[in-house]
Design a protein around this ligand. Structure first.
Ligand code: BGC
Length: 432
């Protein structure tokens, strides 16, 4: 009898608990219940993290020594893509932009009149495909490239004032019947002591060191990006009237063209930031991946083929680059404005809010911080995506992966690795 009473009591308690509902439920179950209440009648079954849409951006999963694509990461699931830009086309443009400047200013470019057009080069990251391409683009256009096994050597030379370095050669330029030598006087990877690459402060220090020993020989300053280029411009070359060339078309660099910055390259970050979030939106909506990209969506968003292309085998979208010089810089003064053809708001009923986890490898990166992230923040509203932005320290992958402790809280992921070899650190987390 006693036993029966105890059993009845226990049963009564279970019912009472169930009746008070969410109040005793574990924290993470509460929002699920709320969401269920608001969700349309046929709420989709829960998606496993490994099957959620994933986009890599800005740093393409690849072997940092050979450049070979990491297809395992790029095809992690059927909704995995990469978004970047055409590094080789951009690099060639940068080289040509500098060469064109030399030709147009040949009467004044050789500051000390020694017949040698000397340049220095700031290298971002010797293991980053964009950085490698840009170093090659400059050397190839200026005739200083050395080929090894069919590829241009992209190693830094340190200093090469006497022209004896083996990673580059002296180039020659014939202009108006006169022959000039072109020499890479110095180049260095701009990595700080803590390990962060593309480091503007390091570039600012390098130009001071270089200029104090051979400043009169420097006729051109070239940089793999604007962050480093502007540090050198502000620290030395503007005052000396030495044209300085960067890459990214960050707003401050474009504005500096009015004050003698030689030029930069827009990698169409406005198109890339859109594509980064758009491929996630399309996968979440379960529509054709080309929607709002090559094919107009229901709001009229569409991109034309002169600003991007898709390489299906590599599952990669690439934006095309544009040179920004004294001739057209007025059109590029604000790098954070959305690209007009894809600036239409999506309808919130047809495209309900979804949550995205997105990281930037280094919260101090000039381009990603001053151009790319503000653009993403403009597009996330237009695409009805609620994005959590995580900024890394630029040095260790764990600093970022540690902050993705519960992927099940998100519908999709956008990843910017510290090192392009490290795709598996992220896919392993999503596979758990
Ligand atoms: C940009 C650099 C930036 C790097 C970060 C490149 O595409 O040009 O400025 O530091 O991406 O990965």
């Amino acid at each position: 009898m006693k036993k029966l009473l105890a059993l009845l009591l226990a049963l009564a308690m279970v019912f009472a608990l169930a009746a008070c509902g969410g109040s005793e439920a574990p924290a993470e179950e509460a929002p699920a219940e709320d969401a269920a209440a608001e969700a349309p009648a046929e709420a989709p079954a829960e998606v496993a993290n490994k099957d959620k849409p994933l986009v890599w951006f800005n740093r393409q999963p690849s072997n940092s020594s050979t450049g070979e694509l990491d297809m395992a990461a790029l095809s992690f699931n059927e909704d995995t893509y990469y978004v970047g830009f055409d590094a080789n086309q951009g690099a060639e443009l940068q080289g040509t932009m500098i060469l064109d400047y030399i030709k147009a200013n040949i009467d004044t470019i050789d500051r000390n009149g020694d017949g040698v057009i000397g340049y220095v080069l700031a290298i971002g990251d010797i293991g980053h495909n964009d950085s490698i391409a840009r170093t090659r683009g400059v050397r190839s256009a200026l005739g200083t490239a050395v080929e090894v096994d069919g590829a241009i050597n992209s190693d830094p030379v340190g200093t090469n004032v006497d022209g004896s370095a083996t990673a580059v050669v002296d180039g020659t330029l014939e202009i108006d019947g006169k022959t000039y030598v072109v020499r890479e006087l110095a180049s260095q990877e701009m990595k700080n002591s803590a390990g962060a690459t593309w480091d503007a402060a390091t570039a600012g220090n390098a130009i001071l060191t270089w200029s104090s020993s051979f400043g009169d020989q420097i006729d051109i300053v070239a940089s793999n990006n604007d962050g480093m280029g502007m540090a050198m411009f502000n620290g030395w070359s503007q005052a000396e009237g030495v044209p300085t060339f960067g890459y990214d078309a960050n707003s401050d660099a474009v504005a500096a063209i009015a004050n003698g910055y030689g030029g930069t390259i827009s990698q169409h970050a406005d198109v890339q930031a859109y594509l980064t979030l758009r491929v996630l939106r399309n996968a979440l909506d379960g529509v054709d991946i080309d929607t709002g990209i090559g094919t107009a969506d229901d709001a009229g968003n569409v991109l034309s083929s002169d600003v991007f292309y898709y390489d299906e085998a590599a599952r990669s979208y690439y934006a095309l680059n544009v040179a920004v010089t004294a001739e057209n810089y007025q059109d590029f003064l604000d790098s954070t404005v959305v690209y007009a053809p894809v600036s239409n708001q999506l309808d919130a009923t047809a495209h309900p809010e979804k949550s995205v986890w997105l990281n930037i490898y280094n919260s101090a990166d000039n381009f990603l911080g001053s151009t790319y992230q503000p653009l993403l923040q403009n597009y996330d509203d237009l695409l009805n995506l609620k994005v959590d932005y995580i900024g890394g320290d630029g040095q260790t992958e764990a600093n970022i992966t540690n902050r993705l402790s519960d992927p099940s809280l998100y519908d999709a992921f956008a990843i910017n690795m510290v090192k392009t070899d490290n795709g598996a650190s992220y896919t392993a987390l999503l596979s758990q």
